[in-house]
Design a protein around this ligand. Structure first.
Ligand code: GLN
Length: 345
């Protein structure tokens, strides 16, 4: 193959760089069977991993069976690979920050998220008040508690709790291809104990970062965290994001494909809070956790993955879910930074 010297490039002959890459060196071809095998061995490997503890600051979560464990992989053609407890409904918790950030991008724009909340990692725990003070009033990112409460305040229509709630749940339904269900007991448990989040909300109000009624915004955030979701549903949500907003199971284009790189960037930078860098460095996949034990991972253009197991590490990330996703990625040699075009046959 000959390459044009730069000075000879003109509009008639210019081809974007992708056309000049030699296909044989940059393509990675994997089969569905290899993906299925990697998921199965990852599930078996992680099943034996002990350690971690259920979240105990929300009473409902402390009592969930710690042995539950599921792993789902969803491909852009809709192929669904499930192992273990993938139909068990658990609290979505902070994974809900992902769909609501997408919703605000859909209703307003990715730019509005940047201007009104931010897109920076905090490097601090998910419920940090210090992070708000350090950032000089900024909630940093919609994927920590402060930014997520702020995002709930941005959901349209302003001032209408019922309609906002409908927008939040409809969006999740579109991303998953089926509806989440509120876990009433979890909602009550969280509402009775969310004192730290009340402090965050009013601190943000003080800095003009709550764009609707503060109590309503906090309630919407608490309620969305209390939604019951299955591992299988999260796998589809992850695949929809990986697939440029096209839900591979329903075939519906849920949102403008330009939103996918924005939400995936947020997930990559802060999805595991203060462990986000270590996680991305090790696993090669942007992933978002919740204290209910769920983790959603997005490999753009390739696949979505989700895992669920209640025991958490000290940052609030599921120990088994991390082990399973890491094992899966390493077995297949995949990684967002690999610079390869992945072709699934
Ligand atoms: N509802 C939880 C909280 O606000 C969510 C935290 C999480 O999943 N990391 O503390």
């Amino acid at each position: 193959m000959t390459y044009l010297p730069v000075e000879n490039v003109n509009t008639a002959t210019f081809r974007p760089a992708a056309f000049l890459i030699k296909a044989d060196t940059m393509d990675k071809i994997i089969t569905k069977e290899q993906i299925r095998d990697a998921a199965e061995t990852a599930y078996t490997h992680a099943s034996a991993i002990k350690g971690g503890a259920n979240a105990n600051y929300i009473p409902y979560l402390a009592n969930i069976n710690p042995d539950l464990f599921g792993l789902s992989v969803v491909l852009p053609d809709g192929t669904h690979i499930d192992y273990g407890d993938t139909d068990y409904r658990f609290g979505i918790e902070s994974v809900s920050k992902v769909p609501t950030a997408i919703l605000v991008m859909r209703q307003q724009s990715p730019e509005a998220i940047l201007q009104k909340i931010g897109a920076d990692a905090t490097g601090l725990p998910f419920n940090s008040i210090f992070a708000i003070l350090l950032e000089n009033d900024h909630p940093s990112t919609p994927l920590v508690n402060a930014g997520a409460i702020s995002a709930c305040s941005m959901v349209a229509p302003t001032g209408n709790s019922n309609e906002k709630w409908k927008a939040i749940t409809d969006n999740i339904t579109e991303l998953c291809g089926s509806a989440p269900e509120l876990i009433d007991e979890l909602y009550k448990s969280e509402s009775d104990t969310n004192f730290n989040n009340r402090a965050i909300t009013w601190l943000l109000k003080n800095y003009n970062r709550i764009y609707d009624d503060p109590d309503m915004s906090l309630d919407l955030y608490t309620r969305q965290c209390s939604l019951g979701i299955t591992c299988s549903q999260l796998g589809i949500m992850a695949a929809t994001i990986a697939n440029g907003g096209l839900n591979p199971v329903t075939g519906k284009q849920v949102y403008d494909q330009r939103i996918s790189p924005k939400i995936t960037t947020l997930i990559a930078t802060v999805g595991f809070y203060q462990h986000s860098g270590d996680w991305l460095y090790t696993s090669g996949i942007p992933a978002k956790s919740g204290v209910g034990g769920g983790v959603l991972g997005v490999l753009p253009g390739v696949l979505g993955i989700a895992a669920f197991a209640p025991p958490l590490d000290t940052a609030g990330n599921s120990v088994k879910a991390q082990a399973a996703i890491l094992h899966f990625m390493q077995t297949l040699g995949l990684g967002i930074m690999n610079g390869q075009r992945v072709i699934i046959k």
